[in-house]
Design a protein around this ligand. Structure first.
Ligand code: GLV
Length: 325
């Protein structure tokens, strides 16, 4: 009998085609409720999950002792309890590398849109309220030649830096270790987070969500930013204190923000929804057709490798499989 594989959401066929040898259940297009998920997981050897599903101990126990792998369709895997998986000998994989350029595109798009007030401008045109070109209408800070601070200088942060170099920006970064190669390529300089916040014109956040990065940018940090600064977050919502950010934007303590991620998706802090100086995207960082296909294919490749007893390309807990591989 073919092993049971659960795919928690509808995904590009590049992700389901490689699973043809298995007994595959694909849940619908929407986010499955917890009960549906627990029921569908029962007896699964493998789960291909997305960021909207919480993969915790309860879910793993509902799947049962035959569960070998959770292949997450994302580079971030804060929705997966990796310790619980490791304890149960379940391999967890993610999809790094294939979404760097696309996610950096989104971050730079938000940076430009927030600086140049695109959301507000579009709302003006659509409302019929645009009366004429105006010499001071909808002006925002220039982007070219400004200082960009990149918080988290991994693959996506560096891809953001390459885009910024095309705009003649000066690059500063905060990372746990120095990145000499990227420093050379981008003429980038490492700085403390404090220095970045107090001196950069634009700050873009690219750290994973961990216990150490939760509310990394909170009220105290926002208070040190320049009034003309723009903050961009395409990493994970809880890295920024959303209520504190809404307060800073409301009181114009910073110029604007561009957000793709939120603390409690799909909820957005109600104050943010009312503000003109924030551009709000619905977690579309990696949403190009090509990249979503590549992510689905990579998630499936990881899943199949574990099922075959091979080393998957992207295990995040390579200590999990013990004798299984
Ligand atoms: C999406 O949010 C990802 O982590 O890939």
């Amino acid at each position: 009998m073919a092993a049971k594989v659960l795919v928690t959401r509808e995904i590009p066929t590049a992700g389901t085609d490689p699973l043809k040898d298995y007994d595959v259940t694909v849940l619908g297009d929407g986010v499955p409720d917890r009960e549906t998920l627990l029921e569908a997981a029962s007896g699964a050897s493998a789960i291909l999950s997305t960021v909207t599903e919480t993969m915790d101990a309860g879910l793993m126990d509902a799947a049962g002792s035959g569960l070998k792998v959770i292949a997450n369709l994302a580079v971030g895997y804060d929705n997966v309890d990796v310790d619980a998986a490791t304890e149960r000998g379940v391999v967890v994989t993610n999809t790094p590398g294939v979404l760097d350029e696309t996610t950096a595109d989104t971050a730079f798009m938000l940076l430009l849109a927030a600086a140049r007030r695109l959301g507000e401008a579009e709302r003006l045109v659509r409302s019929g309220g645009w009366e004429a070109w105006g010499p001071m209408q909808l002006t925002g800070p220039e982007v070219s030649g400004k200082k960009l601070g990149i918080v988290g200088f991994g693959r996506i942060g560096q891809a953001m830096g390459r885009r910024a170099r095309g705009f003649g920006m000066r690059i500063f970064y905060d990372a746990r270790s120095r990145k000499p190669e990227a420093e050379r390529e981008l003429d980038a300089r490492r700085m403390s987070l404090e220095e970045i916040l107090s001196t950069c014109d634009f700050v873009s956040v690219h750290t994973p969500l961990t216990d150490g990065t939760h509310h990394l940018i909170g009220a105290a940090e926002l208070a040190t930013m320049k009034p003309e600064a723009v903050l961009v977050n395409t990493s994970r919502g809880p890295v920024v204190d959303e209520a504190a950010l809404a307060g800073a934007l409301l009181e114009k303590r910073i110029f604007a923000a561009g957000l793709d991620v939120y603390e409690e998706e799909p909820k957005v802090h109600p104050k943010l929804l009312e503000l003109e100086n924030v551009v709000l995207a619905p977690h579309i960082g990696s949403a190009s057709i090509e990249t979503r296909g590549a992510m689905a294919a990579l998630a499936a490749e990881n899943l199949v490798a574990v099922m075959r007893g091979e080393e998957p390309p992207n295990a995040v807990n390579s200590d999990a499989h013990g004798d299984a591989l």
